[in-house]
Write a protein that binds this ligand. Structure first.
Ligand code: ADP
Length: 380
């Protein structure tokens, strides 16, 4: 058994207000204007209609649109102590920067301030017990997205795209960012896919549709479905009444329910796989080696030197060829791991005694790395 212990670390830190949330799902897009916020709201309502407990976090703090889409522009969350109570509307609990500011003007924050709000949305909201928490991310691939991926222990991310964005390669960029931080992509939704005529119900393909499906085939990411370009969806955003609140028979409502159902199936599958890969416990030996107890009870011992020379970070591995660029001779043989930190539900960051701490060791990678025997001996 290990001599020295760090506290047992779970997927969601015990003090996180997300500890009662079963699945945290980021809704992302490569660029703005593709309907990411609209779909976040409508999918949250669609999931709630299936009987699930659903939360929605508007992390698009620079342009919060959800209070308007949920007809809750004037709602204000209760605050008790330093905890925020989410606002309840149409069966979902939600928080948004828009609930905390007094005017409709654009929110102009410096980046550190924005990050502070995101930390509070993760740590200081009484989310309670939820089956799904959807996080509407700001468009693009920046700090907010990375912070959330690492701190909110995402189950995975959904990429919203339009037929044109697929053609421009913007959606693929969004996919890449999540892959780099080891967050699984739960699927792609093609939005504004074909125009539904309000009068005759006929669908006309204005742009070349099917790009979302092609992208999903090409990248082996699941395809969650297509949502038509439907004036009803746009109007629902303006009136503050989500599509599914006005009925379940319109093409838009049917498409949303179908996508929500597909998402539920995939989330259940991915969540089960993550739990299998996730360690039960990670500890440090007094000599600075690492001990991982896996879900199935297997215990793996890793020598600190062996882990250091197998560091997967960009300064130790050539990203294109995957070859090691670090010279093992430059790593002290008596190197130790001084501390570690869980990164989401996928990886652990190791801080070595030579000052190196940029390597994120995905659990999948750890399972492939050479193990030492319990005395610490290993083969390089
Ligand atoms: P994003 O969050 O990606 O910036 P929004 O959700 O704000 O995009 O949507 C941009 C605009 O497009 C809004 O006016 C919204 O009502 C409209 N919209 C989104 N999806 C659809 C759709 N499927 N059909 C019609 N209008 C849509």
């Amino acid at each position: 058994m290990p001599d020295s212990k760090q506290p047992h670390q779970h997927a969601q830190p015990k003090n996180s207000s997300l500890s009662g949330v079963k699945n945290v799902i980021a809704i992302a897009s490569g660029k703005g204007g593709v309907g990411k916020s609209t779909l976040s709201v409508n999918l949250a309502v669609a999931l709630a209609k299936t009987g699930a407990k659903v939360g929605l976090m508007d992390a698009d703090i620079y342009g919060p649109s959800q209070p308007g889409m949920l007809g809750a522009r004037d709602a204000r969350p209760d605050v008790s102590g330093d905890m925020l109570q989410p606002v309840k509307k149409y069966g979902i609990s939600f928080v948004s920067m828009g609930l905390l500011i007094d005017n409709d003007g654009p929110v102009i924050w410096r980046a550190p301030m924005a990050m502070k709000i995101i930390h509070q949305f993760i740590g200081n909201v009484n989310w309670g017990k939820l089956d799904y928490l959807l996080i509407d991310l700001p468009p693009g691939t920046g700090d907010v997205q990375l912070t959330l991926a690492q701190q909110a222990s995402l189950t995975g991310a959904v990429i919203v795209t339009t037929p044109q964005q697929v053609a421009l390669g913007v959606a693929a960029k969004g996919l890449k960012m999540f892959e780099q931080v080891n967050v699984p992509i739960l699927g792609v939704i093609e939005n504004m896919s074909g125009f539904v005529c309000k009068h005759c119900g006929k669908t006309t393909d204005i742009f070349k549709v099917g790009g979302g499906e092609a992208l999903s085939k090409h990248t082996e990411v699941p395809y969650l479905g297509a949502i038509p370009l439907d004036p009803e969806i746009m109007m629902s955003g303006d009136t503050g009444v989500p599509v599914l609140e006005s009925g379940v028979d319109s093409p838009a409502a049917k498409a949303l329910l179908e996508v929500a159902k597909n998402l539920q199936t995939i989330v259940a599958r991915v969540s089960a796989t993550i739990s299998e890969d996730e360690p039960e416990q990670i500890e440090l030996r007094q000599n600075g080696d690492l001990v991982v107890t896996w879900h199935d009870g297997r215990v793996s011992n890793y020598n600190a030197y062996s882990l250091r020379i197998n560091c997967p970070c960009a300064s130790c591995i050539d990203e294109d060829s995957g070859r090691r660029t670090l010279d093992p001779k430059r790593v002290p043989l008596d190197i130790r791991i001084e501390s570690f930190e869980m990164i989401g539900r996928y990886a652990v960051a190791l801080h070595f005694s030579d000052g190196h701490s940029t390597g994120l060791y995905a659990f999948k990678l750890l399972q492939k790395l050479p193990e030492a025997d319990s005395s610490g001996s290993f083969e390089v």
